[in-house]
Design a protein around this ligand. Structure first.
Ligand code: PEP
Ligand code: MG
Length: 581
């Protein structure tokens, strides 16, 4: 009997293959006393396991294909840093010495202690990093329990299979692509988990959050997964399998056709030129931008420069990094967003991590934190201004919620310019200053913001979070995360209208901009600039080039006036007819 299940599709693509169920469960950790004369041997055993774990991760890192975005490597690097950190060696060594316990038990105690600390941290980003501690400690524990433990449960024997697991580590995900695993389904995780981000970057079809998947699916049975829809079909009949094989072939053909669009303009069939820009996080993302020949950077998330370190980079260091990005873009515009630190992006050295409130997403985040910590903010403004002497740069302010914040930032920019004048340092005089529409208040007051800014950019990730009052990184409420909620569409439309009225450009740089399902709707709502993950850009271009915006306007208006999401979905489905997904 065939069976259909559904979870959250996080990486598009269709995969057909045999299910391989990973039943890892919790590792049984033995506890025993080590005679005093063997304590040093036990410490050596721990050190050896840590070293092997680190060697395994370094080997996995080498499997990351070139030209993939920097986030892939950084997730593995974060695990490497943890393994090499003294918190996983010094404390457990002390425990072995003082308690004369075995290395596994010492490591377990240290893990429990760290997880407890992370649990009480109030900070959602750090709370989710608990998973990383688990992944890393489990790797070392497996090696302690079995010296020949493999680097991963994923290996070449599973080529063509679809993995069904409780959760997967970033390292598993990297190896999956390397060993030709067709796709995966996990019981936990949401669209923004590291595993999901990696799957998208590596092009592995994936579904997450399918609770109890391992109970419903059987080892070795034929299954079909649709990573866009989040559906899993087991034991499908021949006709269904044939249908999906055809879809898979079409998908491959489509991917090849997409490559042809590189460097070509995005123009609708009614001759509207659409700007398609890329989002980046680090200069290492530039090769991915070049690969698709994006026309510019619509969002450079500078806060990533501060991740995994204790100190803030100096003005000089920032200037060097920003300049590298601007020069690499060879005259194409680069929109540098000022730090969006706080909330889910805490940084060791940021004052925010010390002061994280009970609701960090509503607390001292982004522009609020920058205005509180001028000593951190000024060097960034100076670095961005100095960078503007080397190419077209725009400054973008995240999370504005009132005009006072905007005035304060503008005043600081003016102060920074005066300082640079005095020091005889060059900058472009007319550097555009824009703001992100991420807070419903900013969308509702977009008319006022538009009068005082040079451009706007809609950050739908946060706009949805704040409009619908759902923590974007909380798995429990991710089912409420709905870009098509009538309130969200209204706010998007209001922002576009406000920008048009003020005759300033408006872009969208949240995930919604890179989802081809929404492209025609957004064109119908009047959006003409999109910025997205580089991997989504050519697909969106393909849709833009096959669209007549005039035909999208009426359906978009109907969508705006629909009371129910299901009605909006029907409207989009008919708008999207002819687009194969
Ligand atoms: C957004 O909120 O949509 C956005 C682009 O910013 P970030 O995802 O970095 O918060
Ligand atoms: Mg945001």
């Amino acid at each position: 009997m065939s069976l259909a299940l559904s979870g959250t599709g996080v990486s598009r693509g269709i995969a057909l293959g045999k299910a391989h169920i990973l039943r890892r469960g919790q590792i049984e950790i033995p506890e025993y006393v080590i005679p005093e004369k063997f304590v040093n041997d036990e410490i050596s055993r721990l050190k050896k396991a840590l070293l092997t774990a680190s060697t395994q991760l370094k080997a996995i890192r080498k499997h990351i294909p070139q030209n993939t975005p920097a986030d892939i490597g950084s997730f593995i690097d974060a695990h490497l840093l943890m393994i090499q950190d003294s918190m996983l060696s010094d404390e457990p060594i002390k425990m072995i010495q003082q308690q004369q316990c075995n290395a596994e038990w010492a490591l377990k105690q240290q893990r429990d202690m760290l997880i407890q600390v992370f649990d009480t941290m109030e900070d959602p980003y750090l709370r989710t990093r608990k998973d990383d501690i688990d992944h890393v400690v489990n790797r070392v524990l497996n090696l302690l329990l079995d010296e020949s433990a493999h680097a991963s449960d994923v290996d070449s024997r599973l080529k063509g299979a679809i993995l069904i697991a409780d959760d997967l580590s970033p390292a598993d995900t990297v190896l999956m692509q390397h060993f030709g695993i067709a796709g995966f389904v996990t019981e936990f995780g949401g669209p923004t988990s590291h595993t999901s981000i990696l799957a998208r970057s590596l092009g592995v079809p994936a579904i997450v959050g399918l609770h109890n998947a391992r109970d419903f699916l059987k080892e070795n049975e034929d299954i079909i997964i649709n990573g866009r829809m989040g559906t899993v079909l087991a034991d499908a009949d021949d006709n269904t399998a044939k249908f999906y094989r055809r879809r898979q072939r079409e998908e491959k053909k489509r991917l090849n056709e997409l490559k042809e669009l590189k460097g070509k303009p995005a123009i609708t069939s009614d001759e509207q030129t659409i700007q398609l820009h890329a989002n980046i996080e680090l200069p290492e993302d530039i090769p991915a931008v070049r690969k698709i020949a994006a026309e510019g950077i619509g969002l450079y998330r500078t806060e990533f420069l501060y991740m995994n370190r204790d100190d803030f980079p100096s003005e000089e260091e920032q200037y060097t990094v920003y300049k590298k990005v601007v020069k690499a873009l060879k005259g194409a515009p680069v929109t540098i967003r000022t730090f969006d630190l706080g909330a889910d992006k805490q940084v060791n050295g940021a004052s925010s991590s010390k002061q994280a409130g009970t609701n960090p997403a509503l607390g001292l985040r982004a522009v609020r934190l920058c205005l509180r910590d001028i000593e951190m903010f000024m060097p960034q403004l100076r670095a961005i201004l100095r960078t503007s002497a080397h190419g077209p740069v725009r400054i973008m302010i995240p999370m504005l919620s009132n005009l006072t914040e905007l005035h304060q930032v503008k005043q600081l920019i003016d102060d920074a310019k005066l300082e640079l004048d005095r020091e005889g340092k060059a900058y472009a005089d007319n550097i555009p200053v824009g703001g992100m529409i991420e807070v419903p208040a900013a969308a509702l007051a977009a008319n006022q913001f538009a009068k005082q800014l040079d451009f706007l950019s809609i950050g739908t990730n946060d706009l949805i979070q704040y409009t619908l009052a759902i923590d974007r990184i909380d798995d429990e409420v991710s089912y409420l995360y709905e870009p098509l909620h009538p309130a969200v569409l209204q706010l998007i439309h209001m922002s576009i209208r406000a920008a048009n009225k003020a005759k300033i450009p408006i872009s969208m740089c949240g995930e919604m901009a890179g989802d081809p399902y929404f492209t025609r709707l957004l064109l119908g709502l009047g959006l003409r600039e999109f910025s997205m993950h580089p991997s989504a850009l050519l697909e969106v271009k393909r849709i833009v080039n096959s669209t007549d915006t005039r035909l999208c306007e009426k359906p978009a208006r109907r969508a705006l006036n629909s009371a129910r999401q299901s009605d909006v979905e029907k409207i989009i489905d008919s708008l999207n007819i002819g687009i194969d997904s």
